[in-house]
Design a binder for this molecule. Structure first.
Ligand SMILES: [Zn+2]
Length: 328
């Protein structure tokens, strides 16, 4: 046989072997929980409240809450960027990119909602809470940054890339909400408004609600201007005079990132926002007991291996999706 052909076949064979091994490894990881896939996620054992669990299904890695897992009939998850590669993106909701639309369907199926319509919110950093009484918003997006429903078989979902996603359910698994809160949503207290809406509309006792605050940009990376800090009416969420929660030196910011001044270098004198704390306190003020609120300590900007981040990646960033639904 011609040497060139032999070499070509050898390379082909080797490529196939590598492909087979990668496929076998990927398949063996399906359904495996924390230790193998992501043993470094929320590994701070001192604070169990901060822990989310990791799961991999159909080659998609996502995070989920132990508290919400215990509720009857509730399916939910916070997405990561890990799919077959590290570019798994789930938004924007109206993206013309067929890959994004396919990823959204795959993600919802992987977390237990095969074929469920996804409610589309046209997120505008507002305090608007949408009542979802039918599936019309699965077609045309509805303007708002939170949604509440008692409808089964649909997925409430919010997309983020640094902002705070919050998933809420009653312990009976019959009333749910999803919230998107960036600094603007936090400033207008959308998390608080959402719980109040659940109380008014569904006549639920907030002491029976469970809330999970998903991965978002941490105080380690979320430096803002004084104008932004002044709008957060909660001193506990504004950190001054230190380098952030985890002692990390933040990397240079993306120009034009929300709430930042790109012409100004990073400075320990500038205020930082702790959006997780601000939103947790809003949920508590609305009546949810602290022991029933989980807050992820994962920072979307620090963890480039796991999350998309607007401040890190700029406007070309991908999107994370946080979703919750009621099994029919
Ligand atoms: Zn960070």
């Amino acid at each position: 046989m011609d040497f060139g052909l032999v070499a070509f076949l050898a390379v082909l064979n080797l490529t196939f072997c590598i492909y087979s091994i990668e496929k076998a490894v990927a398949e063996s990881l399906d359904g495996v929980a924390n230790p193998v896939v992501l043993n470094d996620v929320d590994a701070d054992a001192r604070n169990h409240i901060n822990m989310l669990q990791v799961k991999r299904q159909d080659q998609i890695t996502f995070l989920h809450s132990e508290l919400l897992d215990r509720l009857p009939g509730i399916v939910h998850a916070f997405s990561t960027r890990r799919g077959e590669r590290n570019d798994f993106s789930l938004g924007p909701a109206n993206s013309p990119n067929p890959m994004v639309q396919m990823n959204r369907v795959r993600f919802v199926a992987a977390i237990g909602g095969i074929g469920w319509p996804i409610i589309k919110l046209k997120q505008v950093h507002s305090g608007i809470v949408v009542d979802v009484d039918d599936t019309s918003a699965a077609g045309e997006a509805v303007e708002g940054d939170a949604a509440v429903t008692q409808l089964a078989g649909v997925m409430l979902a919010v997309q983020t890339a640094d902002c705070v996603p919050i998933l809420i359910s009653h312990t009976d698994g019959k009333s749910i909400a999803a919230v998107h809160a960036g600094w603007r949503g936090t400033a207008v207290q959308i998390a608080h408004t959402t719980v109040v809406r659940m109380i008014d509309k569904f006549h639920v006792d907030p002491k029976k609600l469970i809330a999970s605050i998903g991965p978002h940009i941490g105080a380690c990376c979320y430096e803002v201007g004084e104008d932004v800090a002044a709008q957060i009416e909660d001193d506990a969420a504004v950190i001054r005079g230190q380098r952030g929660q985890r002692g990390q030196t933040p990397r240079p910011r993306q120009p034009g990132a929300e709430g930042s001044d790109p012409s100004d270098p990073l400075s320990p004198q500038k205020p930082r926002l702790d959006l997780g704390t601000a939103n947790r306190r809003q949920l508590m003020r609305a009546g949810i007991p602290e022991s029933q609120i989980e807050t992820s300590s994962l920072c979307t900007k620090c963890r480039a291996d796991l999350f998309h981040s607007y401040r890190r990646d700029g406007k070309s960033m991908g999107h994370l999706l946080s979703a919750i639904g009621i099994t029919p």
